[in-house]
Design a protein around this ligand. Structure first.
Ligand SMILES: Cc1ncc(COP(=O)(O)O)c(C=O)c1O
Length: 342
């Protein structure tokens, strides 16, 4: 009900899409008649070739270009899941993970986290019962990143067990605290997207990167009979986006970090229990009676927030800070008003 809701005076902390513009290079993309024909199911060769620069030792045949990370995740789950297989997810999780894995016959096995950080002992206990692992760092909805030590343990354990490690890296370029540690290895399936890094959510371009030929081939076979090629013009725009200088991403990260500081310090000032976001653009405070909060904030204070329970965090509420500083500050004032009255 909240997705796309707007209106006079409404402040939305709901949306998971950057409000910043895409790189100007995208607008140099010119359509030609060729762009209106069917294209390769794996994706346009020029885009896959351009992506090899981001992954050392890769070839263009290791990629499948998809309709966003969403289709990439769906294809990978479909390619590897067998009925009743368990897949490890860490809580809180991106709200589409649960329905997506369940639609594909996987049973989610939830690993505990402390302030958004994976409990390694719990992971090591449960991983032996799983046929795949899904990691999302930085995370939607916590904004937390996993420690490099933890990521290395997960990388090695899944390699030793010879099970796929699916790494959803859609926020990999939005980290404030350190460089990203990209999970890698022949058993790792990387999921990424142009939606967040390049602020191109509506273009719907993402990809799978894997050295496992059987996963790549199965994904292409499934895509052949479902969505066929990803939109060619959007792929061309994605190709142009990759031409943007590194300063484009750096300048966006600066904006996110400033907003992170404002919302994090603001929430702490209101006495809320929050974990400091280290990446992405979400914060997940603990809130008493989250249902009442989300509803009253919407109806009485014109503020949109998302229930933590959609993300497997029952006593929390997700705020996206993909909006201007003035709106974040005004939104926080309204949250204060609510908290003072309740
Ligand atoms: C963790 C995560 N994975 C995947 C997606 C889907 O992204 P896309 O727009 O590329 O389909 C999102 C979108 O919010 C996300 O937060």
């Amino acid at each position: 009900m909240f997705i796309g809701a707007s209106g006079k005076g409404m402040i939305s902390f709901g949306s998971g899409q950057p409000d910043l513009p895409p790189p100007k290079e995208v607008f140099s993309c010119v359509a030609t008649p060729e762009d209106f024909k069917y294209g390769q199911i794996a994706g346009q060769a020029y885009l896959r070739q351009a992506l090899t620069k981001e992954f050392k030792g890769s070839t263009k045949d290791d990629f499948v270009i998809t309709n966003g990370a969403s289709e990439a995740l769906d294809l990978v789950f479909r390619a590897i899941a067998k009925p009743k297989d368990n897949i490890i997810l860490h809580t809180p999780y991106y709200y589409s993970y649960k329905p997506l894995v369940e639609m594909n016959n996987f049973t989610p096995l939830y690993v505990e986290t402390h302030q958004g950080k994976i409990d390694v002992d719990d992971f090591e206990d449960k991983v032996h019962k799983a046929k795949a692992v899904l990691i999302n760092s930085p995370s939607n909805p916590t904004g937390r990143i996993q420690d490099i030590k933890t990521l290395k343990i997960i990388e090695k354990t899944t390699k030793d067990l010879d099970i796929p490690l699916i790494s959803d890296e859609v926020y990999k370029d939005m980290i404030y605290e350190r460089e990203n540690y990209m999970l890698s290895g022949n058993h790792v399936v990387t999921i990424n997207s142009f939606s967040k890094t390049f602020a191109m959510c509506g273009a719907r371009v993402g990809y799978i990167y894997s050295n496992d030929k059987s996963i790549v081939e199965k994904a292409i076979e499934l895509k052949t009979h479902t969505s066929m090629n990803t939109n060619i013009l959007a792929q061309k725009m994605a190709f142009y986006a990759l031409k943007a200088p590194k300063s484009f991403v750096d300048s966006q990260v600066k904006v996110w970090k400033k907003r992170r500081d404002i919302i994090y310090n603001g929430m702490r000032g209101l006495g809320l229990d929050v974990w400091k976001p280290e990446g992405a653009f979400y914060i997940l405070p603990k809130i008493k009676n989250p249902h009442d909060f989300v509803w009253d904030m919407f109806k009485k204070h014109k503020v949109i927030t998302y229930l933590g329970e959609w993300f497997g965090a029952d006593n929390r509420v997700r705020f996206s800070y993909a909006l201007e500083v003035e709106k974040i500050e005004e939104g926080l004032k309204r949250v204060k008003k609510y908290l003072d009255r309740n």
